[in-house]
Design a protein around this ligand. Structure first.
Ligand SMILES: Cc1ncc(COP(=O)(O)O)c(C=O)c1O
Length: 495
């Protein structure tokens, strides 16, 4: 259908309220229709990048078109060619189905468009952000003095945590650069750590080799004996062990490192203790599972992403710091001429540009605030516990399949396994690995579900994460049937 041309620029200054109401009704209808279909919708798009390029290969618009035509294109071309992340059959990468209240909170945040850099430009928003951060601090067991800042996600939160660690180890580096350091600084994390830690040490001037990856045990927890050895030998070589980063909900396996022991080692070796709880932080919401996080309250800084297991839409992460705003301000504070501190008083405390690297900041706190008020910790606990149960149910189903073998254990809502029938076991490692990838691709092409693969101890495995509050047992049963069907076909075609 050809798009109509309007010869005039849209009259933005008239009828703003009517335009919002009209668009709101239209968008509400699109959202309602979309989520109504979610259960049946193919989870993946089969379009190629080239096909999508063609769909959007259009000149820079000179004349605007009507909002209705634009929304029709969203419905026709964008939504159907999206990865259906909110689907109950999307078993992906800690990407949740967003809560309705949090989706609409985003719209409300957009309409008042607060700039959460300085309190003066976001009075209520900054206070709500501070409140949400104090709630998160309370959840992880931090004391009164703790504080934090919301971030774009876990990567930025990890960067901020590691920056605090670096500055804590070598005070002069912030102002004079790493040449002012008295030795090479080293950060320690397990071989299962998220790649954002590698990027972070690079950005902080420590170099990618400044991240020492420590081997894990057979259940993929960091080996603390090897960690102790690595720290001792680095010290002997004149390096400066500066930070231990534990995982609480590792990306590939969902496991939680032994946080108490890591806290102990950090104390003994004067290292900053950071916990990447981007995913697993939400375990603190469940009385039943929060024991997994024991020791997190001793961390100097914690990454905790509401856009993972708290079901708020992207992008919304957080970094929490036990020492509070003082530590973050030591690392980031600056006073530009146009945001003078001289207006003085308590408002400066709520200038979030002083606590991280972002200037203009979206009012992301609103969706966490609304989601927490709507769900309550009990509501969250119920969903989280159900998802862990479903992951265990899947694990039991996999254990009952003679051609599949589980890898590691289910600690959170992640289950890893491999397709290893007798005829595949006989093949070399590389071929076995490529068969896991082929099975993942077959599942993806079926469009009935999406799962990922990962590498564990150098071997490719299939990975399922249950992160939709819409997922039920019947979906897991369907997934198991799908795995059986596609794996059988894979073997038949290989013959
Ligand atoms: C354990 C962990 N840490 C950090 C991150 C990075 O978070 P983000 O993608 O929000 O930047 C992820 C992302 O999946 C993660 O799994």
């Amino acid at each position: 259908m050809a798009e109509s041309k309007k010869s005039e620029a849209p009259a933005l200054n008239r009828h703003l309220s009517e335009e919002h109401e009209r668009l709101g009704r239209a968008v509400t209808k699109i959202i309602g229709d979309y989520v109504r279909e979610l259960d049946e919708l193919p989870v993946t798009s089969d379009a190629t990048p080239g096909e999508l390029e063609k769909l959007f290969d259009e000149p820079l618009p000179a004349n605007g078109i009507s909002a209705d035509e634009i929304l029709a294109r969203f419905e026709r071309e964008i939504a159907p060619n999206a990865m259906q992340i909110p689907s109950p059959r999307y078993y992906g990468l800690f990407n949740p189905t967003p809560l309705p209240i949090a989706v609409w909170a985003d719209a409300l945040a957009s309409v008042i468009n607060q700039n959460g850099a300085a309190w003066r430009n976001s009075p209520s928003a900054s206070i709500v952000e501070a409140r949400v951060l104090r709630w998160l601090c309370q959840l992880v067991g931090y004391g009164q003095e703790s504080f934090g800042t919301l971030t774009s996600g876990g990567s930025e939160a990890n960067l901020i945590g590691l920056k605090c660690a670096r500055d804590n180890a070598q005070r002069d580096v912030r102002d004079h650069g790493v040449r002012a350091a008295t030795g090479d600084m080293v950060v320690y994390a397990s071989e299962q750590c998220h790649y954002s830690l590698i990027k972070s040490v690079d950005i902080l001037g420590l170099g990618r080799f400044g991240l020492r990856k420590i081997e894990t045990d057979e259940r993929f927890h960091i080996r603390t004996d090897l960690l102790r050895e690595a720290i001792a030998s680095d010290k002997e070589a004149g390096k400066i062990p500066c930070c231990i980063a534990g995982a609480a909900g590792a990306t590939s396996t969902g496991i939680v490192d032994p946080l108490e022991e890591l806290a102990e080692i950090a104390g003994e070796t004067s290292c900053w203790f950071h916990v990447d709880a981007a995913y697993g932080g939400a375990l603190a919401l469940s009385e039943k599972h929060k024991h997994l996080l024991l020791g997190i309250e001793r961390a100097d800084s914690i990454t905790f992403d509401p856009h993972k297991w708290m079901f708020v839409p992207f992008a919304c992460g957080a970094v929490l710091v036990r020492g509070g705003g003082r530590v973050l301000r030591d690392a980031f504070d600056i006073t530009p001429e146009y945001l003078s501190e001289e207006r003085g008083g308590e408002d400066v405390e709520y200038d979030f540009f002083r606590y991280g690297q972002l200037g203009t900041r979206r009012f992301n706190a609103l969706k966490i605030w609304m989601a927490l008020k709507f769900m309550g910790t009990r509501g969250y606990a119920e969903v989280i516990e159900r998802q862990i149960e479903l992951a265990n149910y899947l694990a039991a189903c996999i254990d009952n399949l003679k051609d599949f073998e589980r890898v590691g254990e289910v600690e959170t809502a992640v289950c890893c396994f491999r397709f290893l029938p007798l005829e595949v076991r006989r093949l070399d490692d590389a071929t076995q690995d490529s068969i896991q990838k082929k099975l993942q691709q077959r599942v993806e092409r079926s469009r009935e579900a999406w799962i990922s693969t990962t590498v564990l101890k150098s071997r490719r495995a299939l990975r399922v994460n249950i992160n939709s509050f819409l997922t039920e047992r019947r979906h897991i049963d369907n997934l198991v049937e799908l795995l059986k069907r596609e794996s059988r076909r894979l073997v038949e075609e290989g013959k």
